[in-house]
Design a protein around this ligand. Structure first.
Ligand SMILES: *Cc1c(COP(=O)(O)O)cnc(C)c1O
Length: 432
């Protein structure tokens, strides 16, 4: 695993590049597997052992079954491999937003309990989902109508988790509107069309664990559970905790925790704790290579609009990734990358397919040299959180938007690596 995680050096690069790429940089890890996939212009490398270990940490911390949220292509990490690694790490449920995502998991042979919560009342998709034992989050009487039609058409008992809106005011049925829906669900349960296995809600302010809305939502949730029980329903799985609440609010763990971001090793509470402080390991590394280096003279402007002007003669490098790959253009002027064992600032506007970095006046970097745009951070490279801060956004958005044209490459076997102390265990598993 250590070897697979090492930066693919010139050996890997040389396997595909026709032109001479320069001599190996001093200190380049010679243990790199020359058969490893090339970086090309860029590759998203995902450490499946980190995913599995993070799930194991979340399960150990909460003492609860874990529903790993793998919506949005597993936050950009790759739906199916990540789902498998999460299961290997101990996730007993998976969660997605869209029925398409649920069906893709089933088609890949992922058989675990799987909850999907963002529906259009699309009869065909719902029927396919019910046939494949996808648990459906119901937020509205119209969703229920469509689900009942799907259950009848499929001849299957649909498993339902009622999605309650306790104050986020987004998806979910308002608590005040729950009783009539609960009555209809109870009827349908008696008719053998569905079974209400769970009830869940989502927090608005989980990243501020002491915010008064968190307690208010927890109270509203308890009230919603009472409404369901009064209707004769007996949901086994009550769940409310996303990553932040899983890590900061033990009182909200209930029957099941529902983390997303923390599965990927990113801190859901960056103002309170880093990934490492939470015992989590960021799973994603975005790698590229220098496409070009060149001198620019003091006073020359760089990239569109010349928003950066070289303060002195320097050497810049071209990294062939841009906002089309998901690098936020708003990070212009603030972002850095890791090249030649140091951080180099991104200078000038971030473009569609490329960014320019300042390598410094005495740089000896060469075409083909490895660039880590973002990674776990333990070698000094910028993290998804660093990019988020540079762009004024959240790490969720940085990873989830990494572009479809970037290939995903998986390292590790997807097994949790844990010792008694999760933090140390993770460190040992990944340090070179
Ligand atoms: C995305 C999502 C989660 C996971 O949230 P994180 O903050 O990534 O842990 C959990 N539940 C629902 C309903 C979601 O939409």
């Amino acid at each position: 695993m250590t070897e697979q995680l090492a930066a693919p050096g010139p050996a890997a690069a040389a396997a595909t590049a026709p032109a001479p790429l320069g001599t190996p940089a001093p200190g380049t890890d010679p243990s790199v597997d020359p058969g490893a996939d090339p970086v090309g212009t860029g590759v998203v490398e995902v450490d499946l052992d980190a995913v599995a270990s993070n799930v194991a940490v979340l399960a150990a911390r909460s003492g609860r079954p874990v529903l790993a949220v793998v919506k949005a292509d597993a936050y950009g990490h790759g739906l199916v491999p990540v789902a498998r690694a999460a299961v290997a790490g101990g996730a007993t449920w998976l969660g997605v937003a869209q029925l398409d995502e649920a069906l893709r998991l089933r088609e890949a042979g992922v058989d675990e309990p799987l909850l999907c919560w963002l529906l259009l009342p699309d009869a065909q998709l719902l029927e396919a989902a019910v046939r494949r034992d996808v648990t459906i989050g119901v937020s509205d009487p119209e969703h229920l109508d469509a689900l009942l039609a799907a259950a009848r058409a499929s001849g299957r008992v649909a498993d339902v988790h009622v999605k309650v809106d306790t104050g986020l005011n987004r998806n979910g049925v308002r608590v005040e509107d729950l009783a009539p829906l609960a009555a209809r669900l109870a009827d349908a349960e008696r008719d053998g069309l569905l079974a209400v296995g769970g009830v869940f809600s989502h927090l608005a302010w989980a990243d501020a664990p002491d915010h008064p809305t968190v307690d208010a939502q927890a109270e509203a949730f308890a009230e919603a559970v009472d409404v369901l029980r009064a209707a004769g329903l007996r949901p086994t799985w009550r769940h409310l905790a996303n990553s932040a609440a899983t890590l900061t609010r033990a009182d909200l763990h209930l029957d099941l925790v529902r983390p997303g971001l923390a599965v990927y090793g990113l801190s859901p509470v960056p103002d309170l704790a880093t990934s490492a402080e939470l015992g989590l390991r960021p799973a994603l590394t975005l790698r590229s290579r220098l496409a070009l280096t060149k001198r620019v003279r003091a006073g020359e402007g760089v990239s569109y609009g010349h928003v950066w002007t070289a303060p002195h003669d320097t050497v810049v490098g071209l990294v062939p990734l841009g906002y089309a790959d998901g690098l936020p253009r708003a990070a212009t002027g603030h972002a850095e990358v890791w090249v030649g064992a140091r951080r180099a600032p991104v200078v000038g506007r971030i473009c569609m397919d490329q960014v320019v970095v300042d390598l410094g006046p005495s740089a000896h970097d060469r075409i083909g040299d490895d660039v880590v745009v973002l990674g776990p951070g333990d070698r000094g490279e910028p993290t998804a959180q660093d990019w988020a801060e540079a762009a004024g956004t959240i790490s969720y958005e940085v990873v989830a938007r990494l572009g479809a044209r970037l290939p995903r490459r998986y390292v590790g076997t997807g097994q949790a690596v844990l010792t008694d102390d999760p933090g140390d265990g993770l460190d040992e598993a990944v340090s070179p």
